[in-house]
Design a protein around this ligand. Structure first.
Ligand code: BEZ
Ligand code: FE
Length: 284
């Protein structure tokens, strides 16, 4: 029996059939990879050292393995397997490392920026089901970078949430909030994942976006972003997270009246993003 077959059969008595299936496939693909690449012992040791350092870079604030999964396109592949595109529902994309549980609650129309630097931006839309029905009370978690491309959690001296909040859609499924216009930013690239990007001649940048996590009873929770159409890096997102349906116009206005009746003395942006949630399937 070949070495590969011996390893596969060592899993044959595993009690959990899904574990057996996954382990078998992993061993088959790993051995095919080794036969293809024929690593030297030094290369194999370097690979193990890379994974070891990736683990050592993780702590309760930083998850380098998720970042590795992101830059290898694995995170998006898992999302696409579990949230097939082409339906009526809004498309999903990566969660990323900057979501924080327990963000402050805001009433509709309030400003979630918390004083983050940036041009004011009014974001609004409706949350509906795939049948077109409004979803009153849908919960929207939103979070984003400021004009310097940084999230609140990346400022060592900031102990207040900034540019993140939790809102509830109104009776017609509508939502609206003020924030600042997001900007493109680099993913954390001072660890092993940054070395990998460097070795590949790849950049660390993500296009400007606002994150949404939207939930409503009886519907699948949606994790997504909206991207600004005029952003750099829409074509070379470091984590392959861009979907064309999520790229929208953020219109720029001179000083004057805003859609909510306020008058702004400085330029501002407005953007409309309607959200459609899929229904939970019987097996979920
Ligand atoms: C983000 O969009 O916040 C993000 C996603 C993946 C990796 C790093 C950051
Ligand atoms: Fe982000």
């Amino acid at each position: 029996m070949s070495l590969e077959d011996q390893v596969v059969s060592s899993f044959a008595k595993a009690g959990d059939p899904r574990f057996r299936e996954v382990a078998t496939s992993l061993v088959r693909h790993l051995h095919a990879f080794l036969a293809d690449v024929r690593p030297t012992e030094g290369e194999w040791a370097a690979a193990i050292d890379f994974l070891t350092r990736t683990g050592h870079t993780c702590d309760d604030k930083r998850q380098e393995f998720i970042l590795l999964s992101d830059v290898l396109g694995a995170s998006m592949a898992v999302i696409d397997l579990n949230h097939p595109t082409g339906g009526e529902a809004t498309e999903s994309t990566v969660l990323g490392p900057f979501f924080v549980e327990g963000a402050p609650e805001f009433a509709l129309g309030e400003d979630i920026s918390g004083g983050a630097p940036g041009t004011p931006c009014y974001l609004h839309g409706t949350v509906r089901s795939t049948r077109g029905e409004p979803l009153p009370g849908a919960v929207l978690e939103v979070w984003q970078s400021d004009e310097d491309g940084r999230y609140d959690v990346q400022y060592a001296d900031l102990d207040q949430p900034r540019g993140r909040g939790r809102l509830r859609a109104d009776e017609a499924g509508g939502y609206a909030f003020w924030t600042v216009h997001p900007e493109a930013y680099p993913i954390p690239d001072d660890g092993p994942v940054g070395e990998l990007l460097d070795a590949a001649g790849r950049g660390p940048m993500r296009p400007a976006h606002v994150h949404f996590m939207v939930s409503a009873p009886g519907h699948r929770t949606l994790v997504t972003h909206v991207f600004t159409r005029d952003s750099a890096h829409l074509d070379d997102d470091a984590v392959f997270g861009v979907k064309q349906s999520l790229v929208i116009d953020f219109d720029r206005h001179g000083p004057g009246p805003a859609p909510d009746g306020r008058r702004l003395g400085i330029p501002f942006h407005t953007a409309e993003f309607d959200i459609v949630l899929a229904t939970v399937r019987a097996a979920e």
